[in-house]
Design a protein around this ligand. Sequence first.
Ligand code: F6R
Length: 598
Amino acid sequence: MCGIVGSIGRGEGTVDVLMDGLRSLEYRGYDSAGIALGPETTVLRKSGELDALSEVVDATEPTGTYGIGHTRWSTHGPPTDRNAHPHTDESGRVAVVHNGIIENYAALKAELEETGVTFTSDTDTEVVPHLIAQRLDAGVDPETAFHDTVDRLEGSYAIAAIVEGRETIYAARQGSPLVVGVGDGTTYLASDVPAFVDHTRDVVFLEDGQRVVATPDGYTVLDSDRQLVDMAVETVSYTAEATGKSGYDHYMLKEIHEQPTALRQCFSGRADALDGTITLEEVDEIPQPDAVQFVACGTSYHAALYGAAILREMGIPAEAYLASEYALSPPPVSLGTLVVGITQSGETADTLAALRDAKSRGVSTLALTNTVNSTAARECDHAVYIRAGPEIGVAATKTFSSQLVGCNLLAEELVDGPRDLRPLIESLRDLPDDVQSILDSSRAGELVEEYADSDAYFFIGRGTNVAVALEGALKCKEISYEHAEGFPAGELKHGPLALVTPETPVFAVVTGDDERARKTLGNIKEVQARGAPVIAVTDGVSDAAEIADETLMIPETSERAAPVLANVQLQLFSYHLADALGRPIDKPRNLAKSVTVE
Ligand code: F6R
């Protein structure tokens, strides 16, 4: 939620650096945007997407040799100009950008108002510049004023501030991501690496409680006791090209098409089809857990449902929990429980809270994540990377597919005992080609022409295909804004069937020909009897294709790999539906890629 950037150093092109950085962070929020430039503390901010700020920048041609910027996902106060960051103190000397929530802002605001301070926004953030200004007025230097202020904040924040006349950016991280880019003569700050990857790939991943003081001469990292900390500079591997659209109309479409590569990367070097062995070096040492609890949100929760289902089939008690519920109503654990957080970003506040709760109860934690060095990766006892590459589109696509493969690798690594893994390994190895064949031949776009005027869209499946049905519905609703629901197929008759009409197409995910598939065929008949058109997403092994009104075919594969393929067809349907309806596919309203508030 919200993206922040900063740049200080050589000073040329600061405005462009900040605006380009914000462009690459727009996935974190796009309710408003703003920049503040030093040394005169010039602030420009505008509600709406970044283009609105660009117009202001083009019209006013501001100058500055260093600065900070922000793109907002609203938490406190509506998305208006007055709530856009940066926020300043009354004199305009101090400008601040913030990502997160300052939980004690009401008390701080009341205290400031009592001293006569007038607030001009509805945000929690505005207390910060006023507090800094108050300390400056008390005669302390800007760095001390910043530290004194940060010491008083409770909650989660990544903050960057500038103070008029002092060629410095002050920044702090507590619970929200913040990284330092170490350039040649310039230091960058950002919520995420893509903001400065055009300029440098050398990165310092800050930890909670740390602060940064950056000047044209370089930067220092300090801990919360204001003591210098020596931080490693790491070189990240992805390039600016990996974060561009590469000719696709939307990041989402690009990322759907990147799935063969993403799946190959996830699998590569981790399995041997000849020996029939799977080795995840990161967790080689973990003993078989007594039970596994998955915690995750949204799309990642659907991957967790899949992961739990396959572990249960392997005889391990496993459950998937919505992370936002887990920390507040934690299920019992024993010392042999492993808690696995599935999180693309590794920064989702709900998932981090659940993992922290598990850790506080003494159990082992593992992050299955896409983001190297993310908070989840660093805080958990173990981290397994799905290696999908940067995902910019707000709607998760390639990372879901890679999470499903990651769940297979993890499950096979965790569970002891001899079994023939060759058929599974072969099917996972073939996934990139199987996905490619769907991308090359999918009829999902044609179906949109027929069904774009529907009242609602329903998605059903059984077993691991429940995760696909739920994910299909989530993707559909989040980018098309159409009403969509996913159900375990057997649950339809217990209520949702009342919603089914000839105007509500039902996507039935039917793979293989086991009892689950056969029972789903019965559910297809039930909805057809109510006049609903049925689109079978199927490998053609059962009679689903013959019974259904339409089909989206997938190659025949293993039971474990089939959900990955079925989901690709549903991604394409949602994408084409949203495109036909003219929706802003990469930036759906009210959403943000990385949800760093609880
Ligand atoms: C939907 C989507 C979200 C995320 C959720 C968790 O397309 O992307 O539902 O899956 O916000 O995010 P991560 O995986 O980063 O923890």
